[in-house]
Design a protein around this ligand. Structure first.
Ligand SMILES: Nc1ncnc2c1ncn2[C@@H]1O[C@H](COP(=O)(O)OP(=O)(O)O)[C@@H](O)[C@H]1O
Ligand SMILES: [Mg+2]
Length: 231
Protein backbone atom coordinates (compact mmCIF):
# COMPACT_ATOMS: atom_id res chain seq x y z
CA UNK A 1 0.00 0.00 0.00
CA UNK A 2 2.72 2.47 0.88
CA UNK A 3 5.56 3.30 -1.39
CA UNK A 4 8.03 0.49 -1.13
CA UNK A 5 10.39 2.69 0.78
CA UNK A 6 11.49 2.06 4.29
CA UNK A 7 13.67 4.31 6.37
CA UNK A 8 16.98 3.12 7.77
CA UNK A 9 17.14 2.18 11.38
CA UNK A 10 16.60 5.46 13.15
CA UNK A 11 19.05 4.83 15.96
CA UNK A 12 21.41 7.71 16.59
CA UNK A 13 19.51 10.22 14.45
CA UNK A 14 20.55 13.64 15.75
CA UNK A 15 17.61 15.57 17.14
CA UNK A 16 15.46 12.50 17.79
CA UNK A 17 16.03 12.55 21.51
CA UNK A 18 13.05 10.30 22.27
CA UNK A 19 14.78 7.55 20.29
CA UNK A 20 18.35 8.22 21.38
CA UNK A 21 17.60 8.85 25.05
CA UNK A 22 14.20 7.40 25.86
CA UNK A 23 14.70 7.67 29.61
CA UNK A 24 15.89 11.32 29.60
CA UNK A 25 13.93 14.20 31.10
CA UNK A 26 13.22 15.56 27.63
CA UNK A 27 11.73 12.25 26.48
CA UNK A 28 9.64 12.18 29.64
CA UNK A 29 8.43 15.71 28.86
CA UNK A 30 7.38 14.60 25.37
CA UNK A 31 5.32 11.84 26.94
CA UNK A 32 3.74 14.47 29.20
CA UNK A 33 2.86 16.58 26.15
CA UNK A 34 1.33 13.48 24.54
CA UNK A 35 -0.73 12.80 27.64
CA UNK A 36 -1.92 16.40 27.81
CA UNK A 37 -2.95 16.32 24.16
CA UNK A 38 -4.78 13.05 24.75
CA UNK A 39 -6.61 14.61 27.70
CA UNK A 40 -7.60 17.59 25.59
CA UNK A 41 -9.16 15.10 23.16
CA UNK A 42 -11.82 13.90 25.57
CA UNK A 43 -14.67 16.04 24.25
CA UNK A 44 -13.62 16.63 20.69
CA UNK A 45 -11.87 14.48 18.17
CA UNK A 46 -8.30 15.61 17.74
CA UNK A 47 -6.76 13.79 14.86
CA UNK A 48 -4.70 16.46 13.13
CA UNK A 49 -2.46 19.14 14.52
CA UNK A 50 0.01 21.75 13.37
CA UNK A 51 3.21 22.75 15.12
CA UNK A 52 4.34 26.32 14.64
CA UNK A 53 6.08 29.24 16.35
CA UNK A 54 6.54 32.99 15.98
CA UNK A 55 9.90 32.95 14.19
CA UNK A 56 12.52 30.65 12.64
CA UNK A 57 14.75 28.10 14.39
CA UNK A 58 12.47 27.72 17.39
CA UNK A 59 12.40 23.94 17.48
CA UNK A 60 9.18 23.36 15.50
CA UNK A 61 10.66 20.52 13.48
CA UNK A 62 12.41 19.03 16.50
CA UNK A 63 9.19 19.08 18.51
CA UNK A 64 7.08 17.73 15.60
CA UNK A 65 9.44 14.82 14.95
CA UNK A 66 9.86 13.82 18.59
CA UNK A 67 6.14 14.13 19.24
CA UNK A 68 5.35 12.00 16.20
CA UNK A 69 7.69 9.27 17.48
CA UNK A 70 6.15 9.56 20.95
CA UNK A 71 2.60 9.17 19.62
CA UNK A 72 3.41 6.28 17.29
CA UNK A 73 2.76 2.71 18.42
CA UNK A 74 1.34 -0.53 17.15
CA UNK A 75 -2.17 0.73 17.87
CA UNK A 76 -1.56 4.37 16.94
CA UNK A 77 -0.68 5.11 13.34
CA UNK A 78 0.96 8.51 13.10
CA UNK A 79 1.81 10.51 9.99
CA UNK A 80 4.40 13.28 10.24
CA UNK A 81 3.97 15.68 7.30
CA UNK A 82 6.59 18.22 6.30
CA UNK A 83 4.32 21.18 5.54
CA UNK A 84 7.18 23.65 5.87
CA UNK A 85 7.39 24.15 2.12
CA UNK A 86 9.97 26.89 2.61
CA UNK A 87 12.55 25.22 4.83
CA UNK A 88 11.72 21.52 4.87
CA UNK A 89 13.78 19.33 7.23
CA UNK A 90 11.84 16.09 7.85
CA UNK A 91 13.86 14.27 5.18
CA UNK A 92 17.09 15.35 6.88
CA UNK A 93 15.94 14.34 10.34
CA UNK A 94 14.92 10.88 9.14
CA UNK A 95 17.62 10.54 6.49
CA UNK A 96 15.25 9.88 3.59
CA UNK A 97 14.97 11.20 0.05
CA UNK A 98 12.81 14.21 -0.71
CA UNK A 99 12.15 13.71 -4.41
CA UNK A 100 8.43 13.49 -3.97
CA UNK A 101 6.17 14.46 -1.11
CA UNK A 102 3.34 16.77 -0.15
CA UNK A 103 3.80 19.11 -3.14
CA UNK A 104 3.59 16.15 -5.52
CA UNK A 105 0.13 15.14 -4.23
CA UNK A 106 -0.94 18.79 -4.08
CA UNK A 107 -0.09 19.46 -7.70
CA UNK A 108 -0.92 16.08 -9.25
CA UNK A 109 -4.44 14.83 -8.61
CA UNK A 110 -3.54 11.40 -9.96
CA UNK A 111 -0.97 10.83 -7.23
CA UNK A 112 -2.36 9.04 -4.19
CA UNK A 113 -1.01 9.99 -0.77
CA UNK A 114 0.18 6.41 -0.23
CA UNK A 115 2.61 6.79 -3.11
CA UNK A 116 4.65 9.41 -1.30
CA UNK A 117 4.46 8.10 2.28
CA UNK A 118 7.40 6.36 3.89
CA UNK A 119 6.93 3.61 6.42
CA UNK A 120 9.56 4.24 9.09
CA UNK A 121 11.40 1.63 11.10
CA UNK A 122 9.43 2.80 14.14
CA UNK A 123 6.21 0.88 14.66
CA UNK A 124 3.26 3.08 13.66
CA UNK A 125 5.33 6.03 12.39
CA UNK A 126 4.86 7.16 8.79
CA UNK A 127 6.49 10.12 7.05
CA UNK A 128 5.61 12.47 4.20
CA UNK A 129 8.38 14.81 3.09
CA UNK A 130 7.74 18.23 1.53
CA UNK A 131 8.59 17.33 -2.04
CA UNK A 132 9.99 19.98 -4.40
CA UNK A 133 9.80 23.50 -3.01
CA UNK A 134 7.05 25.36 -4.88
CA UNK A 135 6.94 29.11 -5.68
CA UNK A 136 3.49 29.44 -4.04
CA UNK A 137 3.33 27.42 -0.78
CA UNK A 138 0.47 29.36 0.86
CA UNK A 139 -1.67 29.06 -2.25
CA UNK A 140 -1.11 25.31 -2.45
CA UNK A 141 -1.88 24.81 1.25
CA UNK A 142 -5.08 26.85 1.01
CA UNK A 143 -6.36 24.85 -1.98
CA UNK A 144 -9.38 22.53 -1.97
CA UNK A 145 -7.00 19.77 -2.93
CA UNK A 146 -5.32 20.20 0.47
CA UNK A 147 -8.69 19.65 2.20
CA UNK A 148 -9.16 16.43 0.26
CA UNK A 149 -5.65 15.30 1.15
CA UNK A 150 -6.28 15.92 4.86
CA UNK A 151 -9.50 13.88 4.67
CA UNK A 152 -7.62 11.02 3.01
CA UNK A 153 -4.93 11.17 5.67
CA UNK A 154 -7.60 11.02 8.37
CA UNK A 155 -8.97 7.83 6.88
CA UNK A 156 -5.61 6.11 7.21
CA UNK A 157 -4.02 7.60 10.31
CA UNK A 158 -4.96 8.13 13.93
CA UNK A 159 -2.84 11.26 14.23
CA UNK A 160 -1.43 13.60 11.60
CA UNK A 161 1.22 16.13 12.64
CA UNK A 162 2.05 19.02 10.28
CA UNK A 163 5.45 20.65 10.70
CA UNK A 164 4.93 24.30 9.62
CA UNK A 165 6.83 27.54 8.90
CA UNK A 166 6.67 30.33 11.52
CA UNK A 167 3.54 32.44 11.91
CA UNK A 168 5.05 35.91 11.67
CA UNK A 169 6.90 35.35 8.40
CA UNK A 170 4.27 33.79 6.14
CA UNK A 171 0.59 32.81 6.19
CA UNK A 172 1.11 29.04 5.72
CA UNK A 173 0.64 28.16 9.40
CA UNK A 174 -2.51 30.29 9.66
CA UNK A 175 -3.90 28.65 6.54
CA UNK A 176 -3.28 25.17 7.93
CA UNK A 177 -4.41 26.07 11.45
CA UNK A 178 -7.87 26.71 10.09
CA UNK A 179 -7.97 23.24 8.52
CA UNK A 180 -6.79 21.06 11.40
CA UNK A 181 -8.13 20.08 14.82
CA UNK A 182 -5.46 21.66 17.01
CA UNK A 183 -2.29 23.72 17.18
CA UNK A 184 0.87 23.55 19.28
CA UNK A 185 2.94 26.68 19.64
CA UNK A 186 6.69 26.41 20.30
CA UNK A 187 8.37 29.18 22.27
CA UNK A 188 12.19 29.17 22.30
CA UNK A 189 13.11 30.55 25.68
CA UNK A 190 14.90 33.89 25.50
CA UNK A 191 14.78 34.05 21.71
CA UNK A 192 11.37 35.57 21.16
CA UNK A 193 9.68 38.66 22.62
CA UNK A 194 6.37 38.73 24.41
CA UNK A 195 5.07 41.03 21.65
CA UNK A 196 6.00 38.49 18.97
CA UNK A 197 4.21 35.73 20.86
CA UNK A 198 1.12 37.90 21.38
CA UNK A 199 1.10 38.97 17.73
CA UNK A 200 1.30 35.31 16.68
CA UNK A 201 -1.55 34.43 19.03
CA UNK A 202 -3.66 37.21 17.52
CA UNK A 203 -2.96 36.04 13.96
CA UNK A 204 -3.86 32.48 14.90
CA UNK A 205 -7.03 33.50 16.72
CA UNK A 206 -8.07 35.47 13.62
CA UNK A 207 -8.39 32.14 11.80
CA UNK A 208 -10.09 30.41 14.75
CA UNK A 209 -7.10 28.20 15.45
CA UNK A 210 -7.66 25.74 18.28
CA UNK A 211 -4.52 26.55 20.26
CA UNK A 212 -3.93 23.57 22.52
CA UNK A 213 -0.94 25.02 24.32
CA UNK A 214 2.64 26.15 24.12
CA UNK A 215 5.88 24.24 24.48
CA UNK A 216 8.73 26.17 26.02
CA UNK A 217 11.86 24.99 24.21
CA UNK A 218 15.61 25.50 24.66
CA UNK A 219 15.39 25.69 28.42
CA UNK A 220 18.64 25.06 30.32
CA UNK A 221 18.89 21.57 31.76
CA UNK A 222 19.34 22.93 35.26
CA UNK A 223 15.95 24.57 35.01
CA UNK A 224 14.37 21.11 35.23
CA UNK A 225 11.20 21.87 33.22
CA UNK A 226 13.10 21.29 30.00
CA UNK A 227 9.98 21.14 27.93
CA UNK A 228 6.85 22.57 29.37
CA UNK A 229 3.32 22.31 28.15
CA UNK A 230 0.36 24.34 29.22
CA UNK A 231 -1.90 27.23 28.38
N1 LIG B 1 15.69 22.02 23.00
C1 LIG B 1 16.73 22.19 22.16
N2 LIG B 1 17.98 22.19 22.64
C2 LIG B 1 19.02 22.36 21.81
N3 LIG B 1 18.92 22.54 20.48
C3 LIG B 1 17.70 22.57 19.94
C4 LIG B 1 16.53 22.38 20.75
N4 LIG B 1 15.45 22.46 19.93
C5 LIG B 1 15.92 22.67 18.68
N5 LIG B 1 17.26 22.73 18.68
C6 LIG B 1 18.14 22.96 17.52
O1 LIG B 1 17.83 24.25 16.98
C7 LIG B 1 17.86 24.21 15.56
C8 LIG B 1 16.50 24.61 15.01
O2 LIG B 1 15.56 23.61 15.37
P1 LIG B 1 14.37 23.20 14.42
O3 LIG B 1 13.58 22.16 15.13
O4 LIG B 1 14.87 22.86 13.06
O5 LIG B 1 13.58 24.59 14.39
P2 LIG B 1 12.46 25.14 13.41
O6 LIG B 1 11.80 23.98 12.78
O7 LIG B 1 11.57 25.93 14.31
O8 LIG B 1 13.17 26.03 12.43
C9 LIG B 1 18.26 22.79 15.16
O9 LIG B 1 19.64 22.75 14.95
C10 LIG B 1 17.89 21.97 16.39
O10 LIG B 1 18.69 20.81 16.50
MG1 LIG C 1 11.51 23.47 10.81
Amino acid sequence: MFKNKKTDSLNERPGLVVINKPTSIVSEQFRTVRTNIQFSMVDEKLQSLVVTSAGPSSGKSTVSANLAVTFASEENRVLLVDADLRKPTVHKTFNIKNNEGLTKVLTDKLTNIDEVIYRSSIEGLFLMTSGAIPPNPAELLSSKRMNTIIEEMKEEFDMIIFDMPPVLAVTDAQVMASKVDGLLFVIPKGEVSKEQVLKSKELLENVQANILGAILNKVEKSEKNYYYYGD
